[in-house]
Design a protein around this ligand. Structure first.
Ligand SMILES: CC(C)(COP(=O)(O)OP(=O)(O)OC[C@H]1O[C@@H](n2cnc3c(N)ncnc32)[C@H](O[C@H]2O[C@H](COP(=O)(O)OP(=O)(O)OP(=O)(O)O)[C@@H](O)[C@H]2O)[C@@H]1O)[C@@H](O)C(=O)NCCC(=O)NCCS
Ligand SMILES: Nc1ncnc2[nH]cnc12
Length: 334
């Protein structure tokens, strides 16, 4: 497991020579390019159960690959700006502001469809972290990146997660919402503490109704699904000689087996989440893409997910985040 403690924190950090403006700009441009490329890689991957790809729209009737292309193109300046913010040691409030502006740009590009909200959060955080690490002269290894993120923004990320866990307003609103599409209607479980006036997102609703975690908790814990689940799967597939497509498919299935995807809960409740986990676990138990007929199995899952309207969009975002960490780490080798 890639922990935050240990080598990443104990390795000596030589004080970095301050970077000039043009060096910062060049680095931020490069990181933004890698972020957009990671989103593009996720979009182009096929087969991907229930998800949109250039082959089909999966479980979605309001978006296609063109919608995602417009969305990811609209985010290129955001990734550069947030990396620059990290290079300049910006507080979390500034990262959040950039994230909110990027959500607006995305919604304009897609005419109101949420394609990349999760990616704006996690890949944005990673771009800022790369900037922070570069300014400090720390290595770009996955463990060092995660440590840099948590040391600089960990406390504020934990506070950002708090509305999902604590807000009585959220619990009250969620309790008054009709049951999910699979007919389940679990009681809201959030404890009565503070009242936070925050618009009720699908993620907050799911957190309150099912006590399921999502993007906020991921951020608060320093993206454990990326560093402890997805990346090790990617590296293991690579080590056995898998192709790039195969390593990404294995990573996606590993994420689907482990994470609590608020998009799945929102669309299909706990029963839907169980279907996703069962498919992922069975695919992995048979060897993942090392199995001779993995492609046929993945296409069969895709069709079943489409019948149930299942879409593991959170896992898709985290796959893109894994690709980004891998390519940021490779910058050190250049
Ligand atoms: C912190 C925020 C991301 C807010 O999150 P919140 O908890 O309020 O939830 P949502 O607004 O619902 O968005 C969270 C998105 O994160 C993805 N996700 C889901 N599970 C996980 C997980 N376990 N780990 C990481 N990421 C996860 C997921 O994104 C994908 O699904 C999207 C489609 O979702 P939805 O809109 O529900 O779509 P439909 O099914 O089509 O819904 P209907 O139309 O049918 O109703 C797709 O976009 C994927 O990306 C969740 O959607 C954040 O909003 C925030 O605070 N932002 C500002 C701060 C910021 O960005 N800062 C930048 C850097 S610090
Ligand atoms: N390819 C994809 N299809 C549907 N939702 C997504 N969210 C992120 N990537 C996605």
């Amino acid at each position: 497991m890639l922990g935050v403690s240990g080598a990443a924190l104990s390795s000596p950090v030589t004080p970095a020579t301050p970077l000039g403006r043009s060096q910062k700009l060049a680095f931020a441009r490069e990181v933004a390019r890698l972020a957009v490329r990671s989103l593009h890689a996720e979009l182009c991957l096929y087969p991907k159960p229930g998800l949109v790809s250039p082959v089909d729209n999966g479980s979605h009737d309001d978006m296609d690959a063109g919608t995602f292309m417009r969305s990811l193109f609209s985010l290129r300046h955001y990734f550069r700006k947030i990396c620059l913010a990290g290079l300049n040691d910006a507080p979390f409030a500034q990262l959040k502001q950039l994230g909110i502006a990027a959500e607006t740009a995305m919604l304009q590009a897609t005419r109101g469809i949420n394609t990349h909200r999760g990616a704006i959060f996690s890949l944005g955080l990673l771009c800022a972290t790369a900037g922070r690490a570069r300014a400090q002269g720390t290595p770009m290894t996955p463990a060092a990146l995660r440590a840099a993120m948590l040391i600089r923004w960990g406390e504020e990320l934990a506070m950002h997660a708090a509305p999902a866990a604590n807000s009585q307003a959220t619990a009250n609103k969620a309790a008054s919402i009709p049951p999910s599409r699979d007919g389940t209607a679990e009681a809201a479980t959030a404890p009565a503490q503070e009242v936070v006036a925050e618009p009720l997102s699908n993620g907050l609703r799911v957190a309150a109704r099912y006590a399921a975690s999502g993007a906020r908790e991921e951020g608060a814990l320093g993206l454990p699904s990326v560093f402890e689940v997805g990346l090790p799967a990617l590296l293991a597939a690579r080590a056995r000689g898998a192709t790039v497509t195969e390593e990404r498919v294995d990573t996606l299935y590993t994420l689907m087996a482990h994470i609590s995807d608020s998009n799945v809960y929102h669309r299909a409740g706990p029963r839907g989440a169980q279907i996703v986990r069962d498919h992922a676990e069975s695919f992995l138990a048979q060897g993942g893409t090392a199995h001779a007929s993995w492609r046929e199995q993945a296409i069969a899952s895709h069709h079943i997910f489409m019948q149930h309207r299942l879409s593991p969009g959170g896992a898709a975002d985290l796959l893109a985040a894994c690709c980004l960490v891998q390519s940021i780490a490779a910058l050190d080798d250049k």
